[in-house]
Design a binder for this molecule. Structure first.
Ligand code: UD1
Length: 358
């Protein structure tokens, strides 16, 4: 029996295709949702649109400090594992739910498969980098999206036979659901717009940085209007510093969007500005220019091969780039190797063999 552990929005589009491929292969599987994300717009809409069955276990952990959240998840996951005795646990990405699941499994001698293993930003101030490093130090089977990830794992002493280069599983969901996404009406009536998302603590938790960012976006919105779906963390921080999201004419702050709606918004955008990891990958696949407001990325292939550029907090550069891109600057990009919509099938084939040899 395989147990999938998920908890946040970016986990769900990785779980969906693998669950479906394993089901086709008649593998017994159950889903634990830690409850890290719990709002209808951060969780339920994704399960519905991505056709994931209701989780077998919803641990309801919710929002807490890092230590409290991770510890609470570990306690509740252990209780489930003690009863259910899974043979293997599959964890996704780099969030607190990922490391919590991996730590519990490892101490109970349960095999761990990590989807999206090997990515590194080498920036230990990001909680996700710690989660990646810890998870990969105790994983048994590493499923990687890109060659740089393989190299990091080898550098860290992981034997090649445990590394499976399978490609990017996020792309599978886009490929599978693209007909439904295309059939959706446009989310906004604007002809041309920039799509912006921001939720990293480094961009939104600091009052000065957030204020500056909003000022810059206001200037940009005089050139081209901005659509900005608000992550709950960002909404909270804006309100805390007295910025009313409704008070802007040309920045359209909207609620967090469903999966179909958000991919549609990306596809139709002139440019995407973001600090998300997954969006750097989705824009590369869609061929939409992406300007990332971070100093580093754990997904460098989106720069070397895709449409992504790191801007950090260099807002002068941000404005220049926007003007150039709108002025038809050619953005070269290709879709990286094995980002082909078949990653989940490759993972499932491997997992079936691994399970039969346990
Ligand atoms: C988490 C991940 C991050 C990922 C992001 C995707 C970690 C360390 N961080 O960050 O890597 O990019 O998810 O969205 O795991 N909240 C709600 N409703 C929800 C969920 C959260 O209102 O359904 C609010 C709460 O006020 C909470 C805040 O958002 O305190 C942050 O949530 P949390 O899960 O702690 O971190 P994210 O910023 O979402």
């Amino acid at each position: 029996m395989i147990f999938h552990i998920v908890g946040t929005r970016p986990n769900f589009m990785k779980l969906a295709p693998l669950y479906s491929e394993l089901k086709n292969r008649k593998v017994e599987q159950k889903i634990i949702h830690t409850g890290q994300h719990y709002d209808e717009r951060m969780y339920e809409v994704f399960f519905k649109q991505l056709e994931i069955p209701q989780p077998d276990f919803n641990l309801g952990v919710g929002s807490l400090s890092h230590a409290h959240q991770t510890a609470e998840m570990m306690i509740r996951i252990e209780e489930v594992f003690l009863r259910e005795k899974p043979e293997m646990v599959v964890v996704y990405g780099d969030v607190n739910s990922t490391v919590a699941g991996a730590l519990v499994a490892s101490k109970m001698g349960i095999k761990i498969a990590h989807i999206e293993a090997g990515l590194r930003s080498f920036d230990r101030t990001m909680p996700e980098e710690i989660n990646r490093m810890v998870t990969d130090s105790i994983t048994d089977y590493y499923f990687t999206p890109s060659a740089d990830a393989n190299q990091h794992l080898k550098n860290e002493g992981i034997k090649e036979k445990h590394i499976y280069f399978v490609g990017n599983i996020m792309i599978d969901s886009m490929v599978k659901f693209m007909p439904k996404i295309d059939a959706r009406e446009n989310v906004v009536a604007l002809k041309k717009y920039i799509l912006c998302t921001m939720h990293r603590p480094s961009n939104v938790d600091d009052q000065e940085s957030l204020q500056k960012l909003i000022e810059v976006l206001e200037e940009i919105s005089e050139v081209i209007e901005i659509v900005f779906p608000l992550h709950p963390r960002t909404r909270k921080k804006l309100l805390q510093i007295g910025i009313d999201p409704k008070s802007f004419d040309k920045i359209h702050f909207i609620e967090p969007q469903g999966y179909y709606e958000f991919i549609k918004l990306q596809k139709k955008a002139e440019i995407v500005i973001t600090d998300s990891g997954g969006i750097q990958e989705e824009t590369t696949f869609l061929g939409v220019p992406c300007l990332t407001l971070r100093e580093n990325t754990e997904r460098p292939i989106t720069i070397t091969e895709g449409t992504n550029q790191l801007i950090g907090q260099d807002y002068k550069k941000l404005k220049t780039e926007i003007v150039q891109i709108l002025g038809e600057k050619a953005i070269k990009g290709k879709i990286p190797d094995l980002w082909d919509g078949k990653t989940s099938s490759r993972i499932a084939d491997n997992l079936v063999v691994i399970l039969s040899n346990l």
